[in-house]
Each structure stands twice: as structure tokens, then as C-alpha cells.
Write a protein that binds this ligand. Structure first.
Ligand code: FAD
Length: 519
């Protein structure tokens, strides 16, 4: 037993999770650790054109990468929100934007809006972003300045993880995940990560049941102290070799399949919408993710309600002739989390650790969060159990919290026009969400959120989904009847004025990315 840090790390898997982990560990620890990444040339990666969550900017900043460096290489665009279509009723839409909800006299602006609705669009009235998205705007000016907002920006790059706490950015990205993995391969290998392309055919355990090595087909044994399982839904090290059980979320989130298409687009002609769109369908929902070269789209559905052929037909009809010659990619999803993500000397990151359907784009967020926690709780040779427990609790809480938030989308959706949507109203929900619903119904102010670090307080994400999906009655706090409303009405006007001036002055995404492309 030693207190010296663990130095030899073997990562198995070269998808987004594997390369994000390799790059981040190198940026954090430099040559004080040795990292080997082994990936198969035969087993493909999941990479369907991803939407992210706004914390992802911390990841690129930590690596010291500027947008102009990595965005063009990954066909990346900006994402200001998720746009939900048809969750309430056909033709209705609302945005869940990356923007802190303002408070007036101690009450969230959405509460004031419920008491004094200035239009039928809470998102447009309470957030500047909604108007920017309607106008296809980029959040940056052509000279690369960020929009004039009260966001944290332009300060010196944070040096420690602790300094990131509390920072909130007004946007995230869409990018091609396989291109990001390729970009990070170069980044990590240039900084000393050893890259082995081979199949892992066996996993060696020592007498304690800890991992001692992975056996490859052509490169022999790869030995290490710490093993990171980034083998995707297979969970080759954690679930198979160490037999860590998987806790399914399927009882509360039944969508278990997806079919994806990559639709060609021409940025000289087609507008690039600065948001991910989630359009409700008969047995799930369709994502639309605009990139530079194409639109990533896919139908997330439950096989209990729809078979894959019908899902593909629905998706093709939704997309239209642009995707007529494009092959469909059918994917089976494992929804839930490993009971513990870190067992003995093996940490699972990415799909092997856990996954929920991509409704709020949390897959890459889970990866980034896990890597940060790994650095924070990085072990020494004594393998202090407290570090592992802290890590496992952090991962469990964030994934269970996200599950709760996703279930709210379905329970809250007013739509109940077929068996799939009717069942969303009667299916069991996580206990924590049931408690929240009771609080909301009795109008007790709610200050909890699964993302306190990013979403701040009040928990605007919950408010957006409640108000947008429209199926759960919400009332303003009775106290608002006793408070002068002038300040709230002035805030609504200030948002309107700000939005108008930003839409007038910001470029469209197309103009911004043409400038980035053409220099
Ligand atoms: P994978 O991409 O599956 O990579 C596994 C790696 O393990 C591969 O390199 C493979 O070669 C390697 N491997 C496996 N077996 C072996 C072996 N025996 N030997 C050597 N190597 C091996 N996330 C978001 O944030 N936003 C989204 O919009 C989003 N949309 C999604 C849509 C769908 C339908 C799905 C399924 C996922 C989505 N995700 C999204 C999640 C996201 O795709 C994943 O979190 C991310 O790609 C990480 O995947 P991974 O690296 O864990 O696994």
C-alpha cells in the first residue's frame, strides 16, 4: 500500500468517451501519468451527430482549445436551446434555453409570468434566447465577441476545476461525435497518449478480483493500475469481467431504440437553426440536430409500442426526399446505469457507465462530469475507499436526477392521444419526482435542481418543462398578489428590448459559420 498516485492508466474504447477521457487526463496531469488507449478497428462507435449541454464549454477550455481550432474540424454549430414541438398539442412549440431565469423581488420571472402573462409565450417573455433562436441567430458577433448579455464570459480561463463551479454559458454545441473523437485522438497522442488499435479478447483478474491486464489479439497484454472502461453498451470490463449489475430505468423511461439518418444539407442555402429540436411522435420523439454539412436526425421510440420498420418509415416521412438515398442506422439502447461506475480499479465512463435517452442531450454531459469527478477523486496506491464512494455517489445522483427530469417531460406533456402517451400519465415515476409534483401542486417554492451547478436557482429547467408541456396545472405563488408588479413588468419589457436589439445586430448562424469557414 502506498500513498503515491496511481500512474499507469489503460483506457479501453475509442469512442467519444475514450478520447474525451484520454485528452482530459493528459490536460490535467500531463506526463505525470502514462495513458494507453486501446480501441478496436472492428467494433464501431455510437456517433449519430450529437447535441450537448452548455457545460461542454468548460471541457474545451480546460483542454485549451479555441472554437476556431476544433469547431470547423467537427462540423460544429451553436445550440442555444432545445425546441420542443408537439408535446402539448400539434403545432405548439416552446424552448428550453441555456439562460438563467431572472428573479424579481425573490420570485422567478416565470411565476410573475403566470400571474401577469404578457403573451401566450412564456419562453419569449422570460428569456432573451427564444427570440434569437426564432431569428436563427448566432450567439457571437462576426468579430467573435459574445453577445452582450449578463453572462460569465471574457474572464481569465479558469485554472482549476473548482473555479468552474457556478459558471453558466449561454450556449452549447452540436457536433459530429466521430469527428470529435478523431480530433481528440490527435490532441491526446501529441501529448503522449499511447494509441493501440486492436481487439481486447480477454480481461485478466488478479487473486483479489481486481483487473491486472487486458489481453489484445495482436499487441499482447496491456497492464495498468487503473482501467477505464469506455467500451460503450458492452461494458466489457465493468459489467462483463467484474460482473457489476446494471440498474435499468426502463420501468420509468420505456424508450429503448432509435433509428438515425444523416441528411445532407447545404449551408449556403439551408438555414442552420441554433437549437436541437425534439418533435413528439406516436411512440417517442424525433431529434433534429443541424450541423455544418448535414442534419442529424433520428426517432427515439419504445419497441413495446412500435416496431423498427414503422419507426424508420415514420422518420423517412418526417424528413422527406432529402434522405431518400441515405441508409438508416438502427440502434438498441441500454437505458439506466451500472450500479456502481467505479469498482476496484475499474472506472466506467460513457455508455458503459450509464445512459438515458438523448432528450436533454446528457450523454456527453455524463462523460464530462464523470471525467471531472475522476480527476477530483483520483486514487493513490492505497485505493482509499472513500474516494471511490464519493465518485460513485456523484455519478449515481446525477444520473438518477436526470432520469427524474426526463420523466417529467412525459408526465407533464398534455398530449394523451394514443396508448403510448396515455401510459406516460399512469406509469410509476421516481419517488423524488412524485414528491416534487406534490410540492408544485401545493405551490411550495421549489429550490432543488439536478443541475444546481449549471442551472442556478431557481431551477429554471423544471419551470420551462412544466410551463411548456402544459399537462400539469401550475399556479403563481399567492404572495404575488401582495407585491407591486411594476418591477416584473419592467423586466419583461427589458427582455423584449434586449432581444430586439440582439436580433438586429447578431449575424445568422449561416453568416457566422461561413465567416469561420472562409476565414
Ligand atoms: P461507443 O461510441 O460505443 O464506443 C465504444 C468503443 O469501445 C469503440 O471505440 C469500440 O471500438 C470500443 N470497443 C468495444 N469493444 C472493444 C473490444 N473488445 N476491444 C477494443 N475496443 C472495443 N449524447 C449526447 O450528449 N447528445 C446526443 O444528442 C446524443 N444522442 C444519442 C443518440 C443515440 C441514439 C444514442 C444511442 C446515444 C446518444 N448520445 C448522445 C450518447 C453518446 O452517443 C455517447 O454517450 C457517446 O458517443 C459515448 O459513447 P461511448 O464512447 O461510451 O461508446
Amino acid at each position: 500500500m502506498t500513498h503515491a498516485p496511481v500512474r499507469d492508466v489503460v483506457i479501453v474504447g475509442g469512442g467519444t468517451a475514450g478520447w474525451m477521457t484520454a485528452a482530459y487526463l493528459t490536460a490535467a496531469f500531463g506526463d505525470r501519468i502514462n495513458v494507453t488507449l486501446v480501441e478496436s478497428a472492428d467494433v464501431g462507435t455510437i456517433g449519430v451527430g450529437e447535441a450537448t449541454f452548455s457545460d461542454i464549454r468548460h471541457f474545451f477550455e480546460f483542454l485549451g482549445l479555441a472554437e476556431r481550432d476544433w469547431m470547423p474540424a467537427c462540423n460544429a454549430t451553436y445550440k442555444l436551446a432545445v425546441r420542443f414541438e408537439d408535446w402539448r398539442e400539434p403545432g405548439h412549440h416552446f424552448y428550453h434555453p441555456f439562460e438563467q431565469l431572472r428573479s424579481v423581488k425573490g420570485f422567478p420571472l416565470t411565476d410573475w409570468w403566470l400571474r401577469y402573462p404578457t403573451s401566450d409565450r412564456f419562453d419569449v417573455d422570460c428569456f432573451v434566447m427564444a427570440s434569437l433562436i426564432d431569428g436563427n441567430r448566432s450567439p457571437r458577433y462576426l468579430d467573435n465577441r459574445l453577445l452582450e448579455q449578463d453572462f460569465v464570459e471574457g474572464e481569465a480561463a479558469p485554472n482549476t476545476i473548482a473555479e468552474y463551479q457556478g459558471a453558466q454559458f449561454p450556449y452549447a454545441y452540436h457536433f459530429e461525435a466521430h469527428l470529435l473523437a478523431k480530433y481528440l485522438t490527435k490532441y491526446a497522442t501529441q501529448r503522449g497518449v499511447r494509441h493501440v488499435v486492436d481487439n481486447v479478447v480477454d480481461v485478466g483478474l488478479d487473486e483479489r478480483g481486481w483487473l491486472s491486464h487486458v489481453q489484445t489479439a495482436e499487441h499482447g497484454r496491456l497492464e495498468g493500475d487503473l482501467f477505464v472502461d469506455c467500451t460503450g453498451f458492452r461494458g466489457l470490463l465493468l459489467n462483463k469481467a467484474l460482473e457489476e449489475p446494471f440498474v435499468s430505468y426502463q420501468d420509468t423511461l420505456p424508450n429503448d431504440s432509435a433509428v438515425a439518418l444523416q441528411v445532407p444539407m447545404d449551408m449556403d442555402k439551408d438555414p442552420i437553426r441554433p437549437c436541437t429540436t425534439a418533435t413528439a411522435q406516436d411512440a417517442g420523439w424525433i431529434w433534429t440536430i443541424p450541423l455544418i454539412s448535414r442534419i442529424g436526425t433520428g426517432y427515439v421510440y419504445a419497441r413495446d409500442y412500435m416496431d423498427p420498420e414503422e419507426a424508420e418509415r415514420t422518420l423517412r416521412a418526417f424528413v422527406g426526399p432529402a434522405a431518400a438515398d441515405v441508409p438508416a442506422n438502427h440502434i438498441r439502447m441500454r437505458i439506466g446505469r451500472s450500479r456502481r461506475s467505479w469498482v476496484n480499479n475499474c472506472v466506467a465512463i460513457g455508455l458503459s457507465s450509464g445512459f438515458v435517452e438523448p432528450l436533454e442531450s446528457t450523454g456527453i454531459f455524463f462523460i464530462h462530469y464523470a471525467i471531472e469527478q475522476l480527476v477530483k477523486y483520483y486514487p493513490a496506491g492505497d485505493w482509499d475507499l472513500t474516494l471511490r464512494e464519493q465518485y460513485n455517489n456523484a455519478l449515481m445522483n446525477v444520473m438518477d436526477g436526470v432520469r427524474e427530469f426526463l420523466v417529467l417531460h412525459y408526465r407533464g406533456a398534455k398530449r394523451a392521444d394514443n396508448q403510448y402517451w396515455r401510459d406516460t400519465k399512469t406509469r410509476a415515476i421516481p419517488d423524488a419526482l412524485a414528491e416534487r409534483l406534490e410540492l408544485w401542486e401545493s405551490k411550495v417554492p421549489d429550490t432543488g435542481t439536478v443541475y444546481p451547478r449549471y442551472h442556478g436557482l431557481p431551477p429554471y429547467s423544471y419551470n420551462c418543462i412544466l410551463l411548456g408541456t402544459g399537462g400539469i396545472p401550475v399556479r403563481p405563488s399567492p404572495a404575488l398578489d401582495l407585491i407591486d408588479e411594476k418591477a416584473a413588468l419592467a423586466e419583461f419589457q427589458a427582455i423584449k428590448d434586449k432581444a430586439r436589439s440582439l436580433v438586429r445586430t447578431l449575424p445568422t448562424q449561416n453568416a457566422y459559420f461561413k465567416r469561420m469557414r472562409d476565414g
